[in-house]
Design a protein around this ligand. Structure first.
Ligand SMILES: Cc1cc2nc3c(=O)[nH]c(=O)nc-3n(C[C@H](O)[C@H](O)[C@H](O)COP(=O)(O)OP(=O)(O)OC[C@H]3O[C@@H](n4cnc5c(N)ncnc54)[C@H](O)[C@@H]3O)c2cc1C
Length: 499
């Protein structure tokens, strides 16, 4: 079946934000390399990267409380918050490069300025938020953050949330105007539009069914054309498995030692979307609360202004739940099918350890709409059921692996799994997610193309000036890249209009 025509330099599996980012980086670094993309759906950015399937938060730890923890001595550990923020700055720089070069035209199509806020209630959480604010606001990456426990100020910041609030419990919030709402679906599609102009062959409705090593050390990918049912075989020296939730089963098919003893734990999601424009108008921020006891970090409730299809809307959630599917468009047999002799013990150990989480997720699935409204009313006391509908969000497949913490440990981050020779890489996990796509894809380049990194250094620095440097240790560089990316992405002028 193998023929010369089907040979290429790079195959990207999946047309989500990760493949879009890797393809765009590679086209700038190695313009002559031939790239093919296989995507089983009819367009790019239709799974987790789709605007309705994720929360669109440009994660930079400006509002997400789970990135800062309290140490036993009561001080606040902001290490993870700094890391996430620095990673997002890399994305901002690469997106600015694409806009500056006219490779993507209008930043308004995918990124909008939006204040990011954290909101807590009760004495203990208010004290935590204040300490968190004191630690973060002294750091250059979080400058401009404000704290208030004054109900009058909070009414100005979040009128919809404060209206009709009768509780006497202390309440407090932080607010920072530098936050963003990112339409990752639109961004993915814009990047693929650009890739197509650079002769990247993008094959939609083509599902990758198998991946095998060939005798010469490259990879053969078995692809099924969904419309015709025809099977094709394509070979490449390098394959990136960017199948989102579908990456784990494909990684398992490669048979590489690095694919063993890894499992996946699917978590589904739901958002509530407001259908009343008068309510939508009264809120302008992303407001993150605190996760309930026992809830996984990805189910922190938040009330978000969103910009989708050139329209301002309001979403609340996500409500996490359990579904055995690895993709929203996946099958109920995905989880079962991913259990292999090499990971069955890892999966069983996780099953035993994560009983409480599974129970929590099943309970969440069983919530009635009225029970979900009750959770929403903790944010908007006056919320009316008729103003809100439910939309199904994307699936997140969390990685399960054996770590120092024990067999079958659930991971909440992102994992890049590569073969020892760097000829194949897969991205697993979904957090912090699309916001850190540039950081994660640079990691793929470093792991898979070490021999090219010297040659590529100057171009990478041109695209991402802070590459390889700590922004927190170089506040002037941070100021420089932050100001220039705000300018290029049009965030400064629009900040003034919308905040
Ligand atoms: C509820 C929810 C909220 C989130 N909120 C945020 C947020 O606020 N901010 C943030 O930064 N991130 C967020 N994320 C995470 C973010 O959406 C993901 O990390 C990101 O979209 C993953 O991109 P991807 O390209 O890896 O996967 P995807 O966008 O899922 O793309 C994978 C593609 O691969 C295709 N595919 C799979 N298998 C095959 C196959 N065998 N053959 C061919 N094609 C295949 C799929 O059809 C899909 O198009 C959220 C995720 C969820 C689910």
């Amino acid at each position: 079946m193998s023929n010369q025509e089907n040979r290429t330099d790079v195959i990207l599996i999946g047309a989500g934000i990760m493949s879009a980012t890797l393809g765009s980086l590679l086209k700038e670094l190695a313009p002559r390399w031939e790239i093919k993309v296989f995507e089983k759906l009819e367009n790019a950015g239709q799974e987790s990267s789709n605007e309705w399937n994720n929360a669109g938060t440009g994660h930079s730890a400006l509002c997400e409380l789970n990135y800062t923890s309290e140490r036993p001595d009561g001080s606040i550990d902001i290490g993870k918050a700094i890391k996430v923020n620095e990673q997002f700055q890399l994305s901002r720089q690469f997106w600015s490069y694409l806009v500056n070069r006219n490779l993507i035209r209008n930043p308004r199509d995918f990124i909008m300025p939006l204040p990011h806020m954290s909101l807590v209630q009760g004495e203990k959480d208010v004290a935590f938020l204040k300490k968190r604010f004191e630690s973060l606001s002294q750091n250059p990456l979080f400058q401009g953050m404000q704290f208030s426990d004054d109900p009058e100020t909070l009414k100005e910041w979040i009128p919809l949330i404060m209206e009709g609030r009768t509780s006497n419990e202390p309440i407090a919030a932080t607010r920072i105007a530098a936050g963003t709402d990112v339409n990752f679906g639109a961004l993915t599609r814009l990047m693929f539009d650009h890739l197509k102009t650079k002769n990247v062959q993008v094959h939609y409705k083509h599902s990758v069914e198998d991946i095998k090593r060939t005798d010469d050390g490259s990879w053969e990918v078995k692809v099924q054309n969904i419309d015709s049912g025809q099977v094709e075989y394509h070979q490449a020296k390098f394959v990136f498995i960017g199948g989102g939730g579908g990456s784990l089963p494909l990684l398992q098919k490669t048979g590489i030692p690095e694919s063993k003893h890894i499992g996946g734990f699917p978590v589904s999601g739901l958002f509530m979307v407001c259908n009343n424009p008068k309510v939508v108008e009264q809120h302008h921020a992303k407001v993150y609360g605190k996760a309930k006891v026992g809830a996984p970090p990805m189910s922190v409730p938040h009330l978000d202004t969103r910009y989708i299809d050139n329209k301002r809307t309001l979403l609340f959630g996500p409500f996490a739940g359990f579904s055995p599917k690895f993709l929203k468009t996946g099958s109920n047999f995905d989880l079962l099918g991913s259990v292999k002799p090499n990971n069955v013990l890892t999966m069983l150990a996780a099953g035993v350890k994560e009983m409480a989480l599974t129970k929590y997720l099943v309970q969440q699935v069983l919530l009635s709409n009225e029970q979900r409204m009750e959770e929403l009313r903790e944010f908007i006391p006056s919320a009316k059921s008729e103003d809100w509908d439910v939309v199904v969000a994307g699936q997140r497949v969390q990685v399960i692996k054996d770590t120092e913490a024990g067999k079958g440990t659930l991971q909440f981050g992102t994992e890049v799994v590569t073969a020892a020779d760097g000829s194949i890489a897969a991205l697993l996990g979904a957090s912090p997610g699309a916001s850190t796509a540039v950081y994660v894809m640079l990691e793929v380049l470093e792991k898979c193309f070490p021999a090219y990194m010297n040659e590529w250094q100057t171009k990478i620095k041109e695209m991402i000036p802070s590459f390889g440097m700590s922004l927190v240790d170089n506040p002037e560089l941070f100021q420089e890249v932050y100001s220039s990316t705000s300018e290029i992405l049009g965030l400064t002028q629009r900040e003034a209009i919308y905040s």
